[in-house]
Structures are given as structure tokens and as C-alpha cells.
Ligand binder design. Structure first.
Ligand code: ARG
Length: 582
């Protein structure tokens, strides 16, 4: 249990000793630091229960608190707010504990197994801006949940099964009809075949084929036919498709690596298809499928729906499998192979309806038991300065690599040539660019849209990734320089700023809890900025390395180390890497 929670419990006991029973006592950080560091607002509620005046209750509680010795400047404000300040000695001792073990400043939760579906890249299509947010938010949520004690299994859930694949295979067939994949008489091994198509070709082929299918009905029909063949594992087509997936996956992996995003599972929609037959049987048994114009659908309306709820398309009339059905099959697969307590989906908010349909259908067919939480974690879009989803200058979809390049252009200008040697500059600029992009992406509440502004993201001042990196590197260098000095204890504070830092450190468990509960990293990014800028104020106010008072110096360096450790821990939660220098 975190020490701040222990303190909370201690105060609860003290209130009991004063003669009052409280259920959920919460020590609030005070908004009025001149009156106290913390505030206890329970006297008002207790007054109703005990039918006495809140001020009298507050006075009795204060009397008990005074006996304890850990508190100072106890006073009562207004109708009965109790203001509490920790003695310097006690505050210092709490921080010393955190210095010794950062886990005393984190509240662990009861273990739970969670599958986190994020990333969602589509095979044979370049990763685009839309995939950035799923990767960033998903990876950070995974790390946050793990820090708080959950077991989380991240699955990339590649989009590898729909019509796009049929289109790509069709277009390859048009361009290279002589390939043995299309030769019915070929009986050899396909794994030996070299495909004359690179990932870059695929990225050109898909948009081409997609556009063509919109104008050419026969072409579209052919693509549907091929999609059906692939989904039915027809020799040749199925093998070519597998090859395409393999080529594309390599490239996708590279981009995710660059973003420091790592999946435990690299399954795709197609992997769930082994479960399709079983899925269909379950849906038939539970009697939830209806025929409609040759297709199979599931009615997922509920009585109290306020908005229209279209039926879920289980199987199209042309027998190809829908996106909805691959998601249902994936639920069945996860249930059988992993048996998680929860499945979280970190996906663009515009897919909310899709997931609502899928979850309802899954519940109707009892694919998972009622206590398994299926949760949609939607996020807003990254927009251009026009307020619309970010596009390239010619109006096309911006690739993720292109986006990173734009930020890198800005961070390159800000790398200090005196600290970073020439040969390392490009690499550092890239690391800082990724940090800039990630931090900016995780700064607003996940559901909120935000504007892509590389210049602002790369700024060395303000709420930015580079500001945090720069400050954290400076803390590290200070600790290096002071490494001969003995640290490990906080016995003194000189200014209010230091105490403010200490109190901010004690807020960490609360911040982490809030972030995990809201499935959003904005509290963490804001907190990092708050803690770091307070620290920088302190850093500017004092000459730490030449301080004469050695106890004070030791306290200062210990404080620095704690802030540094917290920054490193939280940057790691955000999956942001810290370069040596910048
Ligand atoms: N591939 C999908 C897309 O790009 C995202 C996949 C999200 N996850 C899921 N289980 N459907 O839109």
C-alpha cells in the first residue's frame, strides 16, 4: 500500500479515536496552501450523523491529531474544514521511504488478466496517422496497467482478412499473370517462390486497386471472388495472400519498433477464422441468427436504445466474412486460448457502433460469461490546422513515417551541436521526435481531438516531450556530478518549493489510479509536466552542488533522485525513450 494511503488510514483511526466512525475518509490536497497542505472535509457529513455542530466535531478531531506528533499548524476553517500540515521531519521521512523504494508510492491492484487489442495495422496498407494513436495510447495503457499489477497481453490484431486483401491479390494477378500462384497445374512448393513485389509496391497497389474497384464493377466482382477464395484457403490464392501478409508484416513491425510499441501477440483477423465454424454453430444453437436477403444477421437492438442500432452482419450474401464476424470469432478465440477477465479495445472512436454491435451479439450468444468485461476504449482524431483529420499537402492520407519525418525536421533544429556529436545527431533527433509526437498525443484526454503542430510539439519549453527529456537528462547529469556525495535521506527543506515538490510526489498514486480508471494518459502527462516544472523552479533557485549546509545538500540531491526516478518510470509508462544527451 502506498504511504499516502497508509497515512490516510492512520488519520481515519485518529478520527475514530476522537469518537467518530467514517467510511471513506479522504485526505484532500489543500487548495489553500497558506492554511495547510491537506484538508479534511468530513466534519460536515459527520455533523449530520452525530447531530452536533461540524465545528465542534472538527475541534475534537484536531485535539486527537495534535497528540499524534506528525502534524503541525492544525486549524479549522469556515464551517468545519480541518487544515493539516505535515511536520518537515515527517514529510522528509516519507520521502526517504520513497527514495528507498518507489513502490511505496504506488498502489497495486488485485491481479486481473486483460487482453488489450491495439495497433490494428492493416496488411498491405501503409500505417497512417490513425494507427498512431492506437499504438501510443494502447502501449501506454498496457504499461500503466502492468505497473499497477495487472497482467496484460497486447495483441496487434492485424487487419489481414477483408476485401482489401482480395483487391491486392487481384491487382498482383493483373500485373503478373504468369506467377505460378495463378497456375492451376503448378504442384510445387510455394515457399520457394520469389514474389516480385516489395512493401513499397504494396502501398501503391492497394490504393490503386481500391480506386479502380469503385469505378469498375467487374473488377470489384473479381476481387470479391478472390476474397472468397482466400477465405476458403484455396491453393495458390491463399498462398499468395500469406506471402503478402509476411512482406507487409515486416514493414509494420519496423514502424512499431520505431515507436517503441511491442506486442505480445501478432495475431490477425485471419487467425480467428479457425473458430468460425464453432462460432457459427454457437450462434445457430442460441438461435440468434436471422436470414435477410441471403445474408445472415443478428438483431442487436435493445428496448431502451435512443439511437438507431442496425443489425450485425454476420455473413454477407456473397458468403464473404464481415469485419464484425472476425471480431466475434476473435472473442471466442481469446476466450478459449487465453481466458481473460477483460478484453479492451483501443480503437478510433468512430468505430464505437461497430463494437457496440459486436459486444451485444457476443452477449446474446453467450460467447463469454457475464463477468467478463468487454470494453471499447475510443480515441479522437489528430487533425490538421483546418480542424479536419490530418492529410498530406495534396489531400492524401498521411503515412505514419511521413508524419514522424515532419516532427523530426523540427527536433533536428533543436539538438544542441555542442552536446551531441555529429555522428549521433540524427539518431537523437529521431528519438526526440518520437518523444515529442507521443507526448503530444497523450496530452489531451484520449477522446479529445487535437491539432498536429510539429513546431509546438518540438518546443523545448512548455508541455512537450522535449522539455521533459531535456529536464530529465539534466537531473541525471546533476546526480552524476554529485555522485561522490552521500545521499538517501531527506532531513531538511529550505523553501516552500521543495515542500511543494514533496507533496506533488505524494500525489503520484492518486494520479496513476485516475489515469487507469479513465483509460487515458492525460493525468500522467500533466503530472509529469507539473512535477518537472516545479523541480526546475527549485533547480534555478539553488546552487545544489556548492551548497554549504551538507544536510541540506544531501536532502536536495535525494529529492532530485526521487523526481528523476519518477520521471523515468512515467516516461517508460508512456513508452518514451530518453537519450543520453540532446
Ligand atoms: N484494422 C482496423 C482498422 O484499421 C482496426 C482493428 C481494431 N481492432 C479490432 N478488434 N477490430 O480500422
Amino acid at each position: 500500500m502506498s504511504i499516502i494511503k497508509e497515512l490516510n488510514n492512520d488519520i481515519k483511526k485518529i478520527v475514530n479515536q476522537a469518537g467518530y466512525q467514517v467510511e471513506n475518509l479522504v485526505l484532500q490536497p489543500s487548495g489553500r496552501r497558506d492554511l495547510g497542505q491537506f484538508q479534511l472535509n468530513d466534519a460536515m457529513a459527520l455533523a449530520k450523523t452525530y447531530k452536533t455542530s461540524p465545528r465542534e466535531i472538527a475541534a475534537n478531531i484536531v485535539q486527537e491529531l495534535e497528540k499524534d506528533g506528525r502534524f503541525t499548524n492544525l486549524n479549522i476553517a469556515g464551517p468545519g474544514f480541518i487544515n493539516i500540515t505535515l511536520t518537515d521531519q515527517y514529510l522528509g521521512s516519507l520521502l526517504t521511504k520513497i527514495y528507498e523504494d518507489i513502490n511505496t508510492n504506488i498502489d497495486k491492484r488485485a491481479k486481473k488478466k486483460i487482453v488489450l487489442d491495439y495497433g490494428g495495422a492493416n496488411v498491405a496498407k501503409a500505417l497512417h496517422v490513425g494507427h498512431l494513436r492506437s499504438a501510443n495510447i494502447g502501449e501506454a495503457l498496457k504499461r500503466l496497467a502492468r505497473l499497477l499489477g495487472y497482467e496484460v497481453i497486447g495483441d496487434a490484431h492485424l487487419g489481414d482478412y477483408g476485401r482489401p486483401l482480395g483487391l491486392v491479390v487481384l491487382e498482383i494477378k493483373k500485373r503478373y499473370p504468369e506467377l505460378v500462384y495463378f497456375d492451376e497445374n503448378y504442384t510445387g512448393d510455394f515457399s520457394e517462390v520469389v514474389l516480385p513485389v516489395t512493401n513499397a509496391d504494396l502501398e501503391e497497389i492497394y490504393p490503386y486497386a481500391s480506386n479502380k474497384s469503385k469505378e469498375d464493377e467487374a473488377y470489384l466482382e473479381e476481387a470479391r471472388d478472390i476474397t472468397f477464395k482466400i477465405q476458403n484457403h484455396e491453393r495458390g490464392y491463399y498462398d499468395l495472400w500469406k506471402k503478402v501478409v509476411e512482406i507487409s508484416k515486416q514493414d509494420i513491425k519496423q514502424v512499431y519498433d520505431m515507436l517503441n510499441v511491442h506486442f505480445e501477440l501478432w495475431l490477425g483477423e485471419s487467425d480467428a477464422c479457425d473458430y468460425l465454424e464453432e462460432l457459427t454453430n454457437i450462434f445457430k444453437e442460441k438461435n440468434v441468427l436471422t436470414e435477410s436477403e441471403g445474408a445472415l444477421i443478428v438483431d442487436v437492438k435493445e428496448d431502451d436504445d435512443k439511437a438507431p442500432m442496425p443489425p450485425l452482419l454476420f455473413r454477407r450474401s456473397n458468403k464473404t466474412i464481415s469485419y464484425e464476424t472476425t471480431d466475434l470469432a476473435t472473442i471466442l478465440q481469446r476466450k478459449q486460448e487465453i481466458n481473460p477477465d477483460e478484453i479492451w479495445y483501443c480503437v478510433d472512436a468512430r468505430q464505437e457502433l461497430h463494437f457496440e454491435q459486436v459486444f451485444r451479439a457476443a452477449r446474446k450468444a453467450e460467447l463469454v460469461s457475464d463477468n467478463v468485461n468487454l470494453e471499447f476504449i475510443g480515441f479522437g482524431t489528430m487533425n490538421g490546422s483546418d480542424g479536419k483529420p490530418f492529410k498530406t499537402r495534396d489531400g492524401g492520407v498521411m503515412s505514419l513515417k511521413g508524419l514522424i519525418d515532419l516532427v523530426e525536421e523540427e527536433t533536428t533544429k533543436r539538438i544542441n551541436p555542442e552536446t551531441v556529436e555529429e555522428s549521433k545527431r540524427e539518431e537523437v533527433a529521431k528519438t526526440v521526435a518520437i518523444a515529442a509526437l507521443k507526448y503530444a498525443d497523450l496530452l489531451p484526454f484520449r477522446g479529445t481531438d487535437y491539432i498536429f503542430d510539429p513546431e509546438k510539439f518540438a518546443d523545448l519549453e512548455g508541455k512537450t516531450g522535449p522539455y521533459l527529456l531535456y529536464s530529465t537528462i539534466r537531473m541525471k547529469s546533476l546526480l552524476e556530478k554529485g555522485k561522490e556525495l552521500k545521499i538517501g535521506e531527506i532531513t531538511k527543506f529550505k523553501t516552500e518549493t521543495e515542500k511543494e515538490i514533496a507533496l506533488t510526489i505524494l500525489r503520484l498514486p492518486n494520479v496513476l489510479d485516475k489515469a487507469l480508471d479513465s483509460r487515458s494518459l492525460n493525468d500522467v502527462t500533466e503530472y509529469l509536466y507539473k512535477l518537472t516544472s516545479l523541480y526546475n523552479t527549485f533547480y534555478a533557485e539553488n546552487k545544489i552542488l556548492t551548497a554549504e549546509d551538507k544536510d541540506l545538500q544531501k536532502s536536495w540531491l535525494t529529492l532530485t533522485k526521487i523526481v528523476y526516478d519518477i520521471n523515468m518510470t512515467l516516461l517508460d509508462v508512456l513508452a518514451i525513450e530518453v537519450p543520453e544527451k540532446m
